[in-house]
Ligand binder design. Structure first.
Ligand code: ADP
Ligand code: MG
Length: 615
């Protein structure tokens, strides 16, 4: 690229000198050919190769024909070779700029997503060695010093420190870790030295999965990208056909072949659809990169487009609007020991990954005692059944109690009620309550601000809890007591009841027990995905942390991205059509055409890059 810059400068200087000495006759032709070839030889070679390989209608060919045509006209007429050289020169300036802009923005995106680890410190006989993370096997102990990135997911075996997740989530959230904590690659170790035993290979670790995702996102094309591709495919041949017609037909009628040929050449100069072909994918790329920097992973340009058109957001409650961390607020035992009730509930939830299960397990300090626990089943939307010291214990909501025939008692306390029955013998319930996320209310308001028409909450929890949460955060529309299958049905009802096809419906969940709805949605958004691989897989858009305000943020980013795409399409096509018309009727020369072409390209690319900086 430096070479190209030098060639451009040399050619420009030569041309200025030629303008000054203004040579005459044959010498003039040969002298002008020097800057022409200096700046354009590679393009001419590529054009020739294009013809040889039967794909003649590329921009190299068009520029070659246009400039050679202009030289021929000059040879037979006024001897003004400046135009051909200048067109070639500007075209190459445009190419240089394009290369620079695209390269820079790719570079910027990688810098933004500053999570790629370069090495892992492994202890060997020769002391600590820096090793390529790809070569570290599962179970290796690696050392992470303060200031270094965690290269591979693992568990801390010694040391304690604070980690910063900023590169993954876009927000600086220090997290304390000590022996036994799981650590995720891409976080930066801030304070102490950590020894970590890896639990995954590098390729399966969070950082490399996220990078893969962002880098491959552009392979899923948006409709507007497809449109441009198709447009470029038909546009170029049409313009070339137009050029041929323009050169031949009017000159048969009016004569003056040279003038019409010149106008046809202008057609060719303006016929490169470069501005669009470059700037539209660049806009999506920059948009996806910029969003990734904020901890919002958009898995493809198509989802960017859908996200911009979302009119209804359907949200899960637990873990999405609430923290999903339940406190036990009451224990009501029925002729049973309260402590024992909690004990049984905790045991039954031993392997549950459900927020309720985790919370109940944590509510009982001595969960790992020597009771014999066998988990029979975990019924989504109902609860769990386990065998504890030979007795069947059922822990869950009313639906589960009804299913096992236990005579459950209602509770007047506010909160989620988890009943416990030994066999069909009801022994009482635990009242647990979740905390609404601090940003939830504001986030809902921001969603409406961002142009979302309606927010609906779906939950498997009771009507009472649902109504309370909805009222508190400003959601008018909610459906409660839904089993996972009901959630899909309810979601489909919402999906079918929308009025326009381009009003899209998003679903936001934690990606753990709502994968079916996530995949049913026009765009499925998973929250709090840091460390949850399943959620990253299931969703179309992944919010790395669990802050609901990222939802409106994602929508705003998508809207801005699509606005830039549209601006670029209108600008580029508008200017081209204008110059084509002006050229055909003789108001625009070749100079003007190349200025318009390169100018539009520069403008659209700069507009695209806006996506990176000022979101
Ligand atoms: P949400 O829609 O709030 O995410 P879920 O569909 O995950 O809720 O669960 C709905 C209800 O099912 C819970 O409110 C709870 O009553 C019951 N439930 C689900 N899993 C469990 C479990 N592991 N232990 C006890 N109860 C459970
Ligand atoms: Mg849930």
């Amino acid at each position: 690229m430096k070479k190209k810059l030098i060639r451009i400068i040399v050619a420009a200087v030569l041309m200025i000198i030629l303008q000054l000495i203004n040579p005459e006759g044959t010498a003039r032709f040969f002298l002008y050919m020097i800057p022409y070839l200096v700046v354009g030889y590679d393009l001419l070679i590529e054009a020739a190769e294009g013809i040889k390989e039967f794909r003649p209608l590329d921009e190299n060919f068009l520029m070659a024909v246009a400039t050679i045509g202009a030289i021929c006209l000059a040879l037979s007429g006024n001897g003004d070779y400046t135009e051909a050289v200048a067109v070639m020169l500007f075209f190459q300036v445009g190419e240089l700029f394009e290369h620079y802009a695209v390269h820079r923005s790719r570079q910027n995106i990688s810098d933004l997503m500053d999570i790629r680890p370069d090495f892992a410190n492994v202890e060997t006989v020769n002391g600590i060695e820096k090793v390529d993370p790809n070569e570290v096997e599962v179970g290796t102990e690696i050392i992470i010093k303060p200031g270094e990135k965690i290269p591979i997911d693992g568990v801390v075996v010694s040391g304690q420190s604070t980690l910063d997740t900023i590169a993954l989530t876009g927000e600086s959230l220090p997290r304390d870790v000590s022996v036994g904590s799981e650590v995720i690659s891409g976080c930066v170790n801030i304070s102490g030295v950590l020894k970590v035993r890896t639990t995954k290979i590098f390729g399966e670790s969070t950082a490399s999965k996220i990078l893969d995702l962002v880098e491959n996102a552009s392979s899923r094309k948006a409709k507007s990208e497809e449109f441009i591709r198709k447009f470029a495919k038909v546009y170029t041949p049409i313009v070339v056909a137009g050029a041929v017609a323009l050169a031949i037909i009017p000159s048969l009628i009016f004569g003056d072949f040279a003038t019409w040929l010149y106008r046809a050449l202008i057609f060719l100069v303006i016929s490169c659809p470069c501005a669009l072909v470059i700037s539209i994918p660049l806009t999506f790329f920059a948009g996806i990169g910029g969003a990734g920097h904020e901890g919002i992973l958009i898995k493809g340009s198509n989802f960017m487009e859908t996200l911009a058109n979302v009119s209804t957001v359907v949200m899960d409650k637990t873990g999405t609007l609430t923290q999903g961390v339940f406190d036990v607020s009451d224990v009501h035992a029925e002729n049973f020991d309260a402590e024992k009730l909690i004990h049984l509930a905790a045991h039954a939830e031993r392997f549950s990954t459900h927020p309720i299960g985790i919370s109940l397990r944590e509510a009982y300090a001595d969960e790992n005692d020597d009771c014999e626990v066998e988990i029979l089943e975990e019924i989504a939307g109902q609860g769990v059944r386990a065998k504890i010291n030979g007795e069947i214990v059922n822990v869950g909501n009313e639906k589960l109690m009804d299913a096992v025939g236990a005579a459950w008692k209602p509770c007047t306390k506010a909160g989620t009620i988890i009943h416990v029955a030994i066999g069909e013998n009801y022994v009482g319930h635990v009242v647990i309550s979740d905390v609404i996320k601090p940003n939830a209310k504001k986030s809902i308001a921001e969603m409406y601000d961002a142009g979302i028409g309606e927010v609906i909450m779906l939950t498997g929890d009771s009507e009472k809890v649902a109504a309370q949460v909805a009222a508190e955060i400003g959601i008018k529309n909610f459906r409660s007591e839904l089993l996972p299958a009901d959630k899909v049905n309810e979601f489909e009802k919402i999906l079918y009841s929308r009025d326009a096809d381009d009003a899209k419906v998003a679903f936001v969940g934690d990606g753990i027990n709502d994968a079916p709805v996530l995949s049913r949605a026009d765009v499925g958004i998973a929250m709090g995905a840091l460390g949850a691989d399943a959620a990253i897989e299931a969703a179309d858009v992944v919010l790395m942390d669990d802050d609901p305000k990222k939802i409106s943020r994602a929508v705003r980013i998508a809207k801005k991205c699509m606005a830039i795409v549209k601006e670029n399409i209108y600008l580029a096509i508008g200017v081209k059509v204008l110059v084509l018309i002006l050229g055909a009727i003789g108001f625009a020369g070749m100079w003007f055409a190349i200025f318009a072409d390169v100018g539009v390209m520069v403008l659209t690319v700069m507009n695209s890059i806006r996506m990176l900086y000022s979101i």
